[in-house]
Design a protein around this ligand. Sequence first.
Ligand SMILES: C[S@@+](CC[C@H](N)C(=O)[O-])C[C@H]1O[C@@H](n2cnc3c(N)ncnc32)[C@H](O)[C@@H]1O
Ligand SMILES: [Zn+2]
Length: 273
Amino acid sequence: MIDLLICPICRLPLKKLGQSLKCEKNHSYDFAKCGYVNLLNPGKKNNAKAGDSKEMISARTSFFASGAYSPIRDFLCDIVSELSPLVIVDAGCGEGYYSEKLASIDTHPCVFGFDMSKFGVEHASKASRINGLENTFFSVANIFSLPIVSECADVVVSMFAPVANEEFLRILKKDAYLIIGAAGVSHLKGFKEAIYDDVYLNEENNPSFDGFELVSRKKCEYVAEICGNENINSLFKMTPYYHRTTLRDKEKLNDIEKIRTEIDVDFFIFKKL
Ligand SMILES: C[S@@+](CC[C@H](N)C(=O)[O-])C[C@H]1O[C@@H](n2cnc3c(N)ncnc32)[C@H](O)[C@@H]1O
Ligand SMILES: [Zn+2]
């Protein structure tokens, strides 16, 4: 898998030398103990503080363990599996929840997970090792400047993450696919009702991207029961609402032990033209 990686500074190929990846110009990136590499361009200022915090990543890990989002993950894997990919890039992979399952689809694809959050990538890499996955590679990286060669990916997956239109076009093979998962209109409606007096539905998604044609859209919809106060708070921390909610509204969740909520995720399948 490493043969597909390029240097984030000079864009030349990277080779493994000892415990580092190096390019011809001698730019060098060390492997962390748990196997990931930081391939953020050190010259770009904003890189250092970007990406989800440790608290957000661990909230997500603990919420995912409840299984409440596993139908979303299965739904994604069914879509991707039909495309028989050999190389998948999970762009904005977070703590690797989706990447890990993608690595076990029938074609046994190589799965690259890239995220700006060191904490996310660290978790993904550790979990992958513990589960003995040899077809995953995680790296701290900016999805708007991915450290991977052009036209190498069969599928780019973007789950609840920013979309880097041009960069995804660059790394995808001709006729390859971009799969986007985004919150649908009713996503987490019941959850929001537990916090806010006036609940608005999410805006309808109608994405379009240069160089891609939308070939299909699908919806993953069900009602989830979120049990346990810790779990409820973990879900809250992984949503964008957490940082915009007043203390008074936040406190409404203090004594709640169970919430039934709509899960509504739109999937968009785009093909590179
Ligand atoms: C809402 S989270 C979704 C994470 C994961 N796909 C999931 O659904 O569990 C969005 C992720 O995008 C990452 N992210 C945001 N901007 C990024 C960028 N420019 N490059 C790489 N990752 C980025 C964040 O660090 C965060 O982990
Ligand atoms: Zn270099």
